[in-house]
Ligand binder design. Sequence first.
Ligand SMILES: C[S@@+](CC[C@H](N)C(=O)[O-])C[C@H]1O[C@@H](n2cnc3c(N)ncnc32)[C@H](O)[C@@H]1O
Length: 218
Amino acid sequence: MTGPVSIKELLVTAFNPESDIPEPQQLKAEISALLATINERDPQTVVEVGTASGGTFYLLCNGINGIEQVVSVDLPGVAASKEQLRALSQGVNVHAIRGDSQRVDTKRTLECELDGAPVDVLVIDADHSYEGVRRDYELYAPLVASDGLIALHDIVVHGDADIEVDEFWAELDPDGTKAEIVDESYGPPPIERDGFEMVAHGFGVVDRRERLSGRFNV
Ligand SMILES: C[S@@+](CC[C@H](N)C(=O)[O-])C[C@H]1O[C@@H](n2cnc3c(N)ncnc32)[C@H](O)[C@@H]1O
């Protein structure tokens, strides 16, 4: 008889280039710490903005105890299809929304899919320009429950001028407390993931329960 897979085992599979799972565009220590933080609060509904090939989506579906549904948004034609996401999701209710996250009609589609369910966790990892991340935050953060959690990826930058999440994060004065999950051991030169170089990292976390604050070096 097999039991539930631990986060550690899940990460080994997800970050194994030989496995069928698309590799998450994350640093392992940071996404591991974020999953542990998320698991402290029994979320049922997670929204991810920025699916890409579905690596983090896989972890959200399989690494959160009791998760019921995951909604993942990306542009049409560039990200994993709904069928591919279903294959990664192990019985979790999956909604793949393919549209520009910054458009109001995309948000409306997402709200229809949620059918009134509060968002317990929102992960934003899409357009990394200042205006892009600000727009995603302004559109989707209001859907998050009053005790929910919001994570912004790539708040720490290593020399890529196109990644401006740090600027938005620095000025963000949220409804809730701010905390940071950062792998301090990671620094220049950039490391390669799936053929592209990761130049930024770090999660900025907004905790609406106002319990999490400060910097967590992992
Ligand atoms: C860094 S990748 C996401 C990585 C993914 N979260 C993971 O860890 O596997 C960013 C994704 O955001 C998507 N994206 C960028 N701008 C977007 C927009 N305006 N609307 C929806 N998706 C967008 C890109 O197509 C890309 O797939």
